[in-house]
Design a protein around this ligand. Structure first.
Ligand code: GLP
Length: 245
């Protein structure tokens, strides 16, 4: 098993390639299950999917989605909540029914966490599992919010965010003190069950972690390195993020 590497001339080429794969999947299987990611990286893929919806009639009516993660302790309406992000960049512009969208809540009470996370996993299973998972990568090597130390078989759960992850998010939240300390994230085991995975990473800031994820040992210190053991994972890079390979 090895990760398929695509080094694209531009980010736009990468975005179009991933969006086209998703469109082909949906056309072949209208009730496809998509695993979705947030962060600045996948925005271009979502823009292309919206374009395909408007200009080429791609319908999401029967598609079902599961987001990777969500911050804890902020309102859903907070501009940085992943619920808000997904609606702003994708869901408000396509024909997916609200009932088909799954994103972990932002204020899951501690006492309900275990049941809540178990239910999230069950819902993925009930819908037949994730057909196509989009991933970005954090500078700690996280996929979703699986920070260093996450075991390969971990499932959906609450996680303490790494200091580097919070620092990276600080500009969006105004300052570090406003960045949530915790999130709910699908686990590495959950992600690894997706049938196809596309990880996107752009820019020089991602070059070092892309190298570790692809070429380094498989290690719980870099959860993206687990993807080396997945049967159908592609990395979509630009020249900058691939510059240390
Ligand atoms: C957050 C998200 C990740 C994402 C990462 C990188 O931590 N939970 O899913 O991959 O940010 O974000 P960006 O794409 O903005 O670099």
């Amino acid at each position: 098993m090895s990760i398929t590497l695509h080094i694209h001339a531009t980010r736009e080429t990468a975005n179009k390639k991933v969006a086209r794969e998703i469109a082909e999947l949906i056309r072949a299987k209208p009730h496809a299950v998509l695993g979705l990611a947030t962060g600045s990286t996948p925005i271009g893929v979502y823009e292309e999917l919206v374009r395909l919806h408007h200009q080429e009639g791609l319908s999401f009516r029967q598609v079902c989605t599961f987001n990777l993660d969500e911050y804890q302790g902020i309102d859903l309406s907070h501009p940085e909540s992943y619920w808000n992000f997904m609606h702003r960049h994708l869901f408000d512009h396509i024909d997916i029914p609200a009932a088909n969208i799954h994103i972990p809540g932002t204020r899951v009470p501690s006492l309900e966490l275990a049941d809540y996370c178990k239910r999230y996993e069950e819902l993925i299973t009930v819908h037949g599992g994730i057909d196509y998972q989009i991933l970005g990568i954090g500078r700690t090597g996280h996929i979703g919010f699986n920070e260093p130390g996450s075991p390969p078989d971990c499932r959906t759960r609450r996680i303490l965010l790494d200091q580097l992850t919070r620092e990276d998010a600080a500009p969006a939240f105004g300052d570090l003190d406003h960045v949530p300390t915790h999130a709910i994230t699908m686990g590495c085991g959950t992600i690894m069950e997706a049938r196809h995975i596309a990880l996107l990473a752009f820019g020089t800031a991602k070059a070092a972690i892309v190298r570790k994820a692809l070429r380094g040992p498989v290690s719980s210190q870099i959860s993206a390195s687990y993807l080396q053991n997945h049967e159908h994972t592609s990395f979509h890079l630009d020249h900058e993020s691939a510059s240390l390979l």
